[in-house]
Design a protein around this ligand. Sequence first.
Ligand SMILES: [Zn+2]
Length: 598
Amino acid sequence: MAEAGSFAERVKQQADIVRVIGEYVRLKKSGQNFTGLCPFHAEKSPSFAVHPVKQIYHCFGCGVGGDVFKFVMEMDKVAFPEAIRVVAEKCGITIPRPKSSSPEERKENQQRTLLVEMHREAQTFFVQQVGGTPEGKAARAYLEDRGLDKDAIARFGIGYAPSGGDALLRFLKSKYKEPLLIESGLVSRDQSGGARMYDRFRRRITFPIASESGKIVAFGCRALGDDQPKYLNSPETPIYSKSNVLYHLDRAKEALRRADFAVLVEGYMDAIAVARAGISNVVASCGTSLAEPQIKLLSRFTKRVIVNYDPDTAGQLATERSISLLLENDFEVRVLALPAMNLTAGDGTKYSKNADPDLYIREMGVEAYTKLLKDAPPYVDYLIGRARHMDLSTGEGKLRAVNFLLPYVQKIPNRLLRSEWATRIAQQLRLEEPVLRAALSKAAAERRSGLKVAPELVGRAAKPAERRLIRMLAEADGFRRELAQRLSDAGLCAGLETEKVFAALIAANLAGGTIEATEIAAGLEERDRRMLFEILFEESSELTWEEAESCLESLQNRQTERALMEVQRGIEANPAPAEMRTLLAKKQELMRRLAAGR
Ligand SMILES: [Zn+2]
């Protein structure tokens, strides 16, 4: 909630959460934390804890938790802006007067106009580079290799930011003052605090990001080589806020109205691939999750969406979050989860690969993609498919699958339809229908307050190896990024109880920067937020890479076990001889792997 550089963030940095909460609750130091009697539920022994370093609180009894503002909001029953004021006052921080005098507004408008103009000039510069210099020629070769010919490069305004470090700066310097150059996000200042300025984008393919009206307000850039990060976009500026812009919307408007549905993809390469395939009604969220303002923007053109995100863990998580948000905004949602493709490498070996829309269209062709799009199932079918991949062999596992599905099912407005879905879920997950229906009507009754998960399910859901890895991803500054990469590459967190917590932490680590517990928590559902906080509050021994390795191994083994169970189920279904042979071979291989891993 506290945006970077905002007054709220400054207050949060300066406020001491122990002191603020200490005015409401008698706190006692206990290990690294402070504990006391929870002010939100009646209790005799303290289960309410405050973490002075992470600046968060959490109750192990009733599950409440958050940062200092959340505490004041809940305690004093006030809204966010009021909570900021209360905390600021308690900590003796001066509150700035609201500024909205008209000369200032005029100045800001003028500044925005200049920034848009500067982006237009930068676009001209980037476009000239492609094919215009030896470096630009290499960039064009790279694009051609990705299937983007001259026409496509021109159509989407794809450009190139050279490696020199100040090429764009030299181009712009004579026309714009230094503060404005920095404000644009196109130019950065030396991090050591010096006066030297340099281009933000170097040795990168540039994609212009336009506002709804077609004005270029930012750039999304992909590294040409193996430079990190792979994708680097413009920062938030006076003319660009990433949650307010949908990539390609400016060109998709007509097609959206005509087709009355949108294809929603993750990145600009995907949007370009889909648009080139003749499906112009495509937009990209440019980031893994869709934000509310983006949905509001889209809803002006259509209320029907086919979500086609990457099939990796982060993409699945983003898909689920987007479904929720879209449903809340009365969208009709379908989901296209592209199947893994079987490819042949240069040396003849066969392998299978997850496909994003760009890769899929390149490998399988426009027709295959269009057919999948046409047949994309309603979101409930997609979610049932996801639930079927959970471990359904135990009662607890089934309960988890139901709990995963219910919040979505209860958003189906039509009662008959809801009942139909209940039957299908019961059949597909082999649940007893009356049990499911009881859970459903209970959920419907709680519709307003949201679905509550029994508290005792939360704590023991995460196994020790998961808890330690989560802790490491949050705190082990020496190796947390490397760990995130390993977990992400190996896809070890799929299907885990803690999958969403992992996905959020992995994404934050791979994006770089510090890990803020409350920021991670803001993207999680209540139940996952509780799990994360409980883990962060545990007393911890030193976090080492050796321990990380052994935790990774344990996850690896569990993944193999799950695969084995799946194969076993296949064998028990008594398939045709050829498939049976394949399954038996697979079983042998998995058992070998399991034996080697122990
Ligand atoms: Zn409590």
